[in-house]
Design a protein around this ligand. Sequence first.
Ligand SMILES: [Fe+2]
Ligand SMILES: [Fe+2]
Length: 354
Amino acid sequence: MSIINRRTLLKTGGTFVAGACLPLTNIRLAFADQSQDFTFAYISDSHIQHIKGTKFVRNWDQGLKRAVAEANLMSPKPDFVMYGGDLAQLGTREELDHGFEIMSALKHKTHYVMGEHDYYADLGEYWSSQVGKQYYSFDHKGVHIIVLNSILTDDHWTHERWANGTERMGVMAGLDDPRGSPFMVGAAQRKWLANDLKGVSKDTPIIVFSHSPLQKLFKNWNFWTDDAELVQAILQPFDSVTVFYGHVHQIQYNQIGNITFHSVMATAWPWPYPESYAQAENHMPHLTVPINRADPFFERDATGWQYVDINSGKATVKFSLTENEPRTVGYDAKRGYPLDTKYVSRSKPPQNHY
Ligand SMILES: [Fe+2]
Ligand SMILES: [Fe+2]
């Protein structure tokens, strides 16, 4: 596989994704040793929703089907596909089966992240029976890749408040339902993470996939992970850590210490930015320049895909939005944080954790 430098990438990006006005993320890792290069596709937040019988919400189906079709047409072929969570809307067997059936058309090895919509109907039982582990790690061509289940919450909320799983799922599925509960990675998984990283050298690039942001952005909508600081503390000693997360259905990027954060797009729909909708306090990353959207008459507005080129362990992310302007966010080595190459005020300081 040949190295594509940034200029070539920008010139050819449109060709690469011809017809790919799609909610698909293609991530390309480029290191000094070209044999270590690889790409993978990222698809997230499809929210497959059952109506009744064989009927499902067509628009959400279509978003995932298009992403799968595009992933199969990619050149170079991605080494694998990461699915970022929220495959289902209400976590039913019908929804998960239908989502997995659409995903089964992928010709590539696929890994999954757990989303809250996949989990809270039966606490991940059916999802796990089909997918496997809810958190795990693997090495791929010199990169240590970690998948976390970040949408857990406390036992009391999970086990004692609800008459049944359907009720519990319905509450957690609401974006701003005050009866919901903040997400967390939890003590057991943090212990596993620390142990997993014991044998990893500090200069090994690390990529972490979670569903919720491993940072605290807006609690009212659970753009939030309650033990984010504790997870970050485990990751901070490593030279190059990049966290990709779904759940927020919008572009976000941030830098906290050694950790770079990038959200990925949803195949289903965009969420508004909190400040455009709610008066409540939020801690959206100062670095993020929000995208202009959404036009409700374009069902795919602000869904999209992105292409990430990682040089020396740092990401340049090219966002392509179906009904919106393309965006590029690159890591500025001099400043030590990601910047939008066109829109950001470069005088802005990086955000510290709240
Ligand atoms: Fe979602
Ligand atoms: Fe979610």
